[in-house]
Design a protein around this ligand. Structure first.
Ligand code: CP
Length: 319
């Protein structure tokens, strides 16, 4: 069965999850992003690919990096960008999500960027728009609940490919609150599709999802064992807002066991890179000295995020 984000010809209509993308499609997105990195380094950082198109940023959940880089990316593609302020919109008067979407679609929206605390909300919107407007409007999932954050997954893959090259030789560790992390899910899916042979998930048992092996990863509760000789370390934030009940003794205890310190980083390969999707909690999942060390590529991730989001938007808007 065709994935709901694909058109009948196999091209992308929406971007809802990493799941459903082929290895070739992911590399095509990353190759397209490469061409946009140069645009961002020019004096005039604009190309006309989305001129005349309207992009609506709908963030029902807080964001710094994703919302801002989507806006910058859309503007660099010459789109008209509307940032709906959810707090002052009529959703606070009881308007339903789909009524809000219908009203914005009536304003000739071409693309919706949607972040929502409910897993599946962008799927529901995409399905509704398909029924109401055919394939004229695209939806990009900017993070839904604990389910998926596909553009973060793609920008993480761009960052890894930039610094490490061939995925099929890499040892990668994803560390921390995997259970509640949409970034972890998207990264693990992408790393698996791209053929990473040694993918480790490190965290306390309470924060590692059951059946992680079926996603191509190996679970490890001992950080020192799990980090040995890895090329890439992806640190995760503790998603306290998504935890029901206390899953950890304390933040201090967590840092002692799973915080990335210089001493633990030394167990990885000397040229290992350290990644974090942000927002980062220094002293909880990562030591400040590690976050700021030359091996940390955390701000490169943010920079590449603009080019990757330009690539996705230009591919969706090409139809
Ligand atoms: N990585 C990420 O999604 O960050 P924001 O919540 O700031 O968008």
């Amino acid at each position: 069965m065709r994935h709901p984000q694909l058109r009948p010809d196999g091209e992308l209509q929406h971007l809802l999850s990493i799941d459903g993308l082929s290895r070739e499609m992911i590399h095509r997105i990353l190759d397209t992003a490469s061409s946009f990195v140069g645009v961002s380094e020019r004096d005039v950082k604009k190309v006309p690919l989305l001129r005349g198109k309207s992009v609506f940023n709908l963030f029902f959940e807080n964001s710094t990096r994703t919302r801002t880089t989507f806006e910058i990316a859309a503007k660099r593609l010459s789109a008209d960008v509307v940032n709906l302020n959810i707090n002052t919109s009529s959703t606070s008067k009881g308007e339903s999500l789909l009524d809000t979407i219908d009203n914005l679609a009536a304003m000739d929206a071409d693309m919706f960027i949607v972040r929502h605390s409910q897993s599946g909300a962008p799927y529901m919107i995409a399905q509704h728009l398909n029924e109401m407007r055919g394939d004229a409007v695209s939806v990009i999932n900017a993070g839904d609940g604990r389910h998926s954050h596909p553009t973060q997954g793609l920008l993480d893959m761009y960052t890894i490919r930039h610094f490490k090259g061939d995925f099929t030789r890499l040892r990668v560790a994803v560390v921390g609150d995997v259970l509640h992390s949409r970034v972890a899910r998207s990264d693990i899916q992408a790393l698996s599709i791209l053929g990473v042979p040694d993918l480790r998930v490190i965290g306390p048992l309470t924060l590692v999802p059951e059946g992680i092996e079926s996603m191509g990863a190996r679970a490890c509760t001992d950080m020192r064992e799990g980090l040995r000789d890895v090329d890439v370390i992806i640190m995760l934030r503790l998603q306290n807002e998504r935890m029901r009940g206390a899953l950890l003794p304390s933040a201090q205890e967590y840092f002692k066991q799973y915080g990335l310190t210089r001493e633990k980083l030394a167990l990885a390969r000397p040229d290992a890179i350290v990644m974090h999707p942000g927002p980062m909690n220094r002293g909880v999942e990562i030591e400040s000295a590690v976050a700021d060390c030359p091996q940390a590529v955390i701000l490169d991730q943010v920079r590449f995020g603009i080019a990757v989001r330009m690539a996705v938007m230009s591919m969706l808007g090409a139809h």
